[in-house]
Design a protein around this ligand. Sequence first.
Ligand code: AMP
Ligand code: TRP
Length: 346
Amino acid sequence: MTDETPSYSGPERVFSGVQPTGNLHLGNYLGALVKFVRLQDTHDCIFCVVDQHAITVDLNHGPGALMDQTRQIAAAFLAAGVDPDKAIVFAQSSVRAHSELTWYFNCVARMGWLERMTQFKEKAGKDKERASVGIFDYPVLQAADILVYKATHVPVGEDQKQHLELSRDIADRFNREFDAPGFFPLPEPLIQGPGARIMSLKDGFKKMSKSDPSDLSRINLTDDADTMARKIKKAKTDPEPLPATVDELQDRVEARNLVGIYAALAGKTDQDVLDEFGGQGFGAFKPALSEVVVESLAPVTQSYKDWLADPAAIDAVLAKGAEKADEIAAPVIAEVRDIIGFWRKS
Ligand code: AMP
Ligand code: TRP
């Protein structure tokens, strides 16, 4: 049946979003920002600070705080190398079409689909009754973010895979329910590549995360060189020297993570790193890793500080981005309204 359904034939477009909550860390940098920078040279790209997602957990961030955090994430995009002349950079709340499409998608998505979302289960914790409706609906807003631009590719870390599957299900169901084959693309996640899943420095089974209570578990883009080196020195490892082959790393989660970080930042494979360091202990490897981390992140950290010192420049980028994003979203939402059959002045 699917074979006969015409599929989307519009242009390729990249969309991704990052929440303005807490500091960005090495996982965000490798899992998302580095990919954004690479894609802006080959694709139309839209990178969004998803401030409306940020109120699903913490409703009131305090006076001015949400706006500051939004500027911080925009500054991190720019510091990592996102070029506002090549890619659109903007804040989700400044383009109203996201919210509007979310409502329509709320009526397309099924309760059962959302109840299966593992991130909801994690975030809502044991007391589901007290979680906001917004946190339950979070992935529907995410689907609207992507599809209001008819984006076809979404660079994200591995933790977003399930949300992307839901976006595809929503797009597919909308197209079928309204007999609009190929109207929305079925967006594909771009997850592969080194850095898709950077783990905590303190526990190789947990992903590196903004919300981990231990700051030693992550390297923040705002850390200075000494702090980065100290965190790597204190990173959990095992007593064995590094092995000669990737296979032998499989059950050594912490060692595998550190080798992976080195490889991702140095543009090498895990095996390249083992060819160089196999047989050596962490006493030798950790200082080399620190050097690579500091060298790679120092220019980003510096540029991040420079952007933050000039909020008016960030605002100019966000304002221009909002205008360009709106130009793409407005005709899509107008077509959606027609497809659904809402009244309009003829
Ligand atoms: P978040 O901070 O959760 O909004 O995530 C922003 C982006 O960073 C998303 O694409 C995530 O998938 C990605 N990301 C977050 N944590 C990690 C991690 N530990 N490893 C790789 N990517 C990550
Ligand atoms: N849920 C994503 C995260 O936590 C952020 C996000 C919101 C997003 N909307 C998006 C990512 C659209 C990609 C595309 O990381």
